[in-house]
Design a protein around this ligand. Structure first.
Ligand SMILES: [Zn+2]
Length: 240
């Protein structure tokens, strides 16, 4: 037997003896190594399954469509304004500012679609309810109110006369499709802005700033874009 073979045989015996008689030396670290492996493996599995997978992004805005509203005069009535801020949001954005923002976006889109647009007030300006009586083909009043009860959430559409009902209903359906909030329905009510008009008119309560979810959502610009597109779709559905 060569010296090398003798040496290898000796090493082999030493290893076997170590494994056989010195279990107390290598078992504890081995146990913890295996345990660590299992924990890391499980963590990687959980991470790849639940965290790494991109959470489905909530799409706030949706694709802007092209419309043709040539020949239509549309009156946009952003609620409140000036000395009357309307409801206030936890993020300090007032109802008057939110609804003016949406009215402004609507104005741009409507004019680009060939419509004539009348705003019942300018930015930061106050207008009385009497002053909001303007002649047109369609009238849309925008609000986002607040209630004492913070659990109250959702959007509502209001009209006064039978000849306003279908327009309000169509607007309600478009909002129902695109709003993130609960539909509180299409209701008949004598709000002055719809009551003082004899043509199709709707008052939209887009949501409640007193509700945390509504407030958080409605103060986001992409959601305001979304509501703008929903209202345009409602106008188009009503006219065509
Ligand atoms: Zn209001």
């Amino acid at each position: 037997m060569s010296k090398l073979k003798q040496f290898l045989a000796a090493v082999g015996r030493a290893i076997l003896n170590f494994l056989k008689y010195k279990k107390h030396l290598y078992f504890p670290p081995l146990f913890f190594l295996v345990l660590a492996g299992v924990i890391i493996g499980a963590a990687v599995l959980i991470y790849s399954k639940f965290i790494e997978e991109p959470a489905e992004e909530v799409k706030m805005a949706f694709e802007a469509k092209n419309y043709d509203f040539t020949g239509q005069t549309i009156v946009l009535d952003p609620g409140h304004g000036g000395k009357d801020p309307g409801a206030t949001s936890a993020s300090d954005i007032t109802e008057s500012k939110i609804v003016f923002n949406i009215a402004d976006k609507l104005k741009d889109r409507l004019e680009a679609s060939g419509a004539e647009v009348i705003l019942t007030r300018e930015e930061g300006e106050f207008a009385s309810l009497d002053d909001r009586k303007k002649e047109g083909d369609l009238f849309i009043s925008l609000h986002s109110d607040a209630m004492d009860d913070p659990s109250i959430t959702g959007f509502t559409t209001f009209y006064t006369y039978p000849n306003q009902k279908e327009f309000a209903e169509t607007m309600n359906a478009a909002l129902d499709e695109h709003s993130f909030f609960h539909n509180r329905g299409n209701r008949k009510l004598n709000y002055q802005v719809t009551w003082q008009l004899d043509y199709p008119a709707v008052l939209i309560e887009l949501g409640y700033l007193s509700n945390r979810f509504d407030d958080h959502t409605i103060t986001e610009e992409p959601y305001q874009d979304r509501m703008t597109e929903a209202i345009l779709e409602g106008i188009d559905n009503y006219l065509n």
